[in-house]
Design a protein around this ligand. Sequence first.
Ligand SMILES: C[S@@+](CC[C@H](N)C(=O)[O-])C[C@H]1O[C@@H](n2cnc3c(N)ncnc32)[C@H](O)[C@@H]1O
Length: 168
Amino acid sequence: MFFSKIYKSWKGIQEEKYKRILLGFDTDLLAKAFSGKVLDLGSGSGFFEKFLQKEGFNLSKWVCLDPDMDMLGRSGGFLCMLGSGNYLPFKPGSFDNLICLDSIHLIREDFFWVLKPGGFALVSLFYNPGNLEDRRKFLKERIGNMETVKEFQIEGRESEIFILARKR
Ligand SMILES: C[S@@+](CC[C@H](N)C(=O)[O-])C[C@H]1O[C@@H](n2cnc3c(N)ncnc32)[C@H](O)[C@@H]1O
């Protein structure tokens, strides 16, 4: 598939971004948002998870899901599932927290129903100077009536907007 062919070449850019994600949070919030049973939707090859493992995070309850077998084939050390965010095989409220980095625009259906009340969702989208506000609006619409806890942007080789939301 398209992503798996070019994705490997993005590893350096992605790691730069991940370091800056951690800097965007205070330690307590980070510990809460990345703890317990976490679903990473559109996880790709698990670059983010590998980065977090190197940083000392325990990902034993994380589930990574992606529809591209070629991408998942390079993962390791955490549970990976082949699947689509449009058809999630979980019961409502199955996850403590959720992340969806640079993938939400590829998932048509709502998926926040997999989160427990009080659970955090970290969602992000890349942007360029001409479409930042559209991207922000898109993310806000997707999180619906969830509470926005934090919002920040990373400007680097790839610019990305992040929203940390909490389910009421
Ligand atoms: C730009 S990559 C982002 C990968 C990873 N989240 C990251 O930030 O490194 C987008 C990923 O979304 C996945 N994807 C595409 N359609 C999807 C869907 N319907 N449900 C879940 N993931 C999807 C692609 O296979 C790809 O791995």
